[in-house]
Design a protein around this ligand. Sequence first.
Ligand code: SF4
Ligand code: SF4
Length: 199
Amino acid sequence: MQLTNRSKLVSNKEQSFAERLYLPAVLKGMATTISHLFKKRPTIMYPEQKREYAPVYRGQHVLKRDENGAERCTSCGMCAVACPAEAITMESAERKKGEEGMYREEKYAKTYEINMLRCIFCGLCEEACPKEAIFLTDRQVPTEFERDDFIYGKDKLVETIDNRVDVTKRQTPEVLAFKKIPGLKHNELHKEKLNKGKH
Ligand code: SF4
Ligand code: SF4
């Protein structure tokens, strides 16, 4: 019984004199090769030239700060649980009085590490985060010579106050619609507090 139509009948017919010379086939091959000399090169001369990434590209993570500059991460561990590569580890600490401007929530990540050699850039940590604290960006993880240098701590992950990382590309219409669900008020809390402070 024939399952597909991909099979081809093999022809055993004798080769002609021209075919036995192989010259026409060689010339045809050379013509194909030479024709490529005059075509536009598809090679991107990285790093001088950079290709524009797709909006869904997932590169190096960023730990975001809120509008006030406070770290958004509350060290809940959801990202670590969601991570299929077990690449994320963290240590929690309790926010002290006077540290409200540094940490958004009462609990924060004293240490937060991602092992970039384990990470498969699946983005599940980003999806799991209830605080919009972690996002994957279009930045590439640079090459290193030592394995230890691929363990990214807060020094490499948390964005700096004066050099924010744009994650608006990650805020797809689906994500924005999700945030409008009335039950998910966690991102409204801080805005309410800010508005109260203005009055
Ligand atoms: S992108 Fe995926 S593999 Fe990488 S840290 Fe996040 S959940 Fe883990
Ligand atoms: S990045 Fe998000 S999910 Fe991970 S510990 Fe911080 S708040 Fe929780």
